[in-house]
Design a protein around this ligand. Structure first.
Ligand SMILES: *Cc1c(COP(=O)(O)O)cnc(C)c1O
Length: 354
């Protein structure tokens, strides 16, 4: 029986994507060949890469606006250093909203001055800092739109003259934002777009080629852009499966339709967290993520009973990250409302038993 999968990443994808991807592993486009045995330079695969890139731009509303979409390797973690390598000449600003932001800061410090413009570390990252002043003269300002571990999400993005670089790994394609506000957006595929193994990078082409340092080819955005993500062998299966998910999203009605579903799911769960005396939310209410809901038991004595209910209820991946404890429900685009309803029913069952 298929489980309700609340895993934070790698994570749930649409069932029809799993089906199509598995078919392509055996016989891609009726070619008599597997998607993973054909040349990445073949006409068939180039068409996959082109469709993946153009769908990404289209869904983000960035077609024809001077942006390029790339599918690279090395995860979002490589983007922590690649963004700095390519853009940090003197000084960059970082908003520190969680463990991933902190890792991005650590990498950027290898390349220049890093100003921590604001941080919520003082409260174990349970809120998004607001009302901070952004210094002038930054090469860029780096943000993490959704903090996967802590369950907070930036609702209003800051305005500044510096280009915005944003790690959107865990909420890309989940809500309508004016994406043209950003200079670089990056996202590891395995949270809301595809399997692990590829990272989407969407960048404004005018930002490239400005730093004075020499950049190794594999870390140079300009080279990957010039070669249309084919400088070296791309992760063909991860790109193909991401493309299928983007097709699915377009068919669903794009980001607007996904956002509507995501709000419904998040509202259902947060309402129960707030109503049920056995649970409490971790993140500040106004900053709650629609993707990753973090919550704890008010009394740890109920842990064994709740964990048993989850297991019997076919719920996978609801355990919280070790730095927050408790539970985390990751409700990415592909998750159905009925899966969230299943968890809510178990929370109510626990309340009845307690
Ligand atoms: C998972 C995650 C990362 C790390 O991604 P990798 O692809 O594993 O390197 C970075 N940032 C955020 C916000 C994440 O959720």
């Amino acid at each position: 029986m298929k489980k309700h999968n609340f895993s934070a990443g790698p994570c749930i994808l649409p069932q029809e994507v799993f089906q199509e991807a598995s078919q392509a592993l055996l016989n891609f486009n009726d070619s008599g060949l597997s998607i993973i045995e054909i040349s990445h330079r073949s006409k068939d695969f180039i068409a996959v890469m082109e469709e993946a890139c153009s769908l990404a731009l289209e869904l983000l509303g960035l077609t024809g606006k001077g942006y390029k979409a790339l599918f690279l390797q090395g995860g979002a973690s490589t983007q922590f250093l690649m963004a700095a390598y390519n853009l940090l000449e003197n000084k960059a600003g970082y908003i520190n909203t969680g463990a991933w932001s902190a890792k991005a800061i650590k990498e950027a410090k290898l390349f220049g001055d890093v100003v921590e413009v604001a941080s919520s570390k003082d409260a174990n990252y349970n809120y998004i800092p607001k009302g901070y002043e952004i210094p002038t003269g930054l090469d860029y300002l780096h943000l993490t739109s959704n903090n996967t571990i802590f369950g907070t999400q930036i609702k209003e993005f800051p305005t500044t003259d510096a280009p915005l670089v944003c790690d959107m790994s865990s909420d890309i394609f989940s809500r309508e934002i004016d994406f043209s506000k950003f200079g670089i957006i990056y996202a590891g595929a395995q949270k809301n777009m595809g399997p692990a193994g590829t990272t989407l990078v969407v960048l404004k082409e005018e930002l490239l080629g400005k730093v004075s340092r020499t950049i190794p080819s594999m870390l140079d955005y300009s080279i990957h852009a010039d070669k249309d993500s084919m400088f070296n062998t791309p992760p063909v299966f991860a790109v193909y499966t991401s493309m299928l998910t983007l097709r699915w999203l377009k068919k669903l009605g794009g980001i607007a339709a996904a956002e509507k579903r995501n709000i419904e799911k998040a509202d259902l769960l947060y309402k129960e967290i707030d109503r049920n005396p056995l649970f409490k939310g971790f993140a500040a209410k106004e900053d709650r993520s629609t993707m990753n809901a973090t919550f704890n038991l008010t009394d740890e004595a109920h842990k064994a009973a709740f964990d048993t209910l989850l297991k019997e209820g076919n719920i996978n991946g609801l355990n919280g990250h070790r730095s927050v404890g408790g539970y985390r429900a990751s409700m990415y685009n592909a998750m159905e409302l009925s899966s969230v309803a299943a968890v809510v029913a178990l929370m109510q069952e626990l309340e009845k038993k307690a």
